[in-house]
Design a protein around this ligand. Structure first.
Ligand SMILES: [Cu+2]
Length: 131
């Protein structure tokens, strides 16, 4: 192959094409959440799916991390949501047996932030620890 009068090998063209594909994919890769946290709601509290005995657990994340939160409502007859008020992030309320997902960009400043279920924020509230 020849570009501007210079001969370029097929291998170099293939490498260049591969590089261009990788650069094009970079935004998609970097915006993919690096952590997924599944929270189950039952008996008016949030739980990790593998620990249904510790209500409203502390969520540990890294500063600036993009996190996908999956909420499963196992509270028959109750509507719940998940919100981080200080980040203005909230998913729509879901009813029993529904699952909903929200992707949240965590603060770049380490600290503790509150998460709540907005309809029941007095009972259903916990801490996000940004490290
Ligand atoms: Cu609730």
């Amino acid at each position: 192959m020849s570009i501007c009068g210079r001969t370029i090998s097929g291998r170099a063209v293939a490498a260049l094409a591969l590089l261009m594909v990788l650069v094009a994919l970079l935004p998609a890769v970097s915006s993919t959440p690096s952590r997924e946290i599944t929270l189950v709601v039952h008996d008016m509290a949030f739980y990790f799916e593998d620990d249904l005995h510790t209500p409203n657990p502390t969520l540990e994340v890294r500063a600036g991390e993009r996190v996908r939160v999956v909420l499963e409502n196992r509270d028959r007859g109750m509507t719940h949501d998940f919100a981080v008020p200080v980040l203005d992030a909230a998913l729509d309320p879901i009813t029993w047996n529904e699952t909903e997902t929200i992707v949240i960009d965590m603060p770049k400043t380490p600290g503790t932030y509150e998460y709540v279920c907005r309809p029941h924020r007095l009972m259903m509230r916990g801490t996000i620890r940004v490290n």
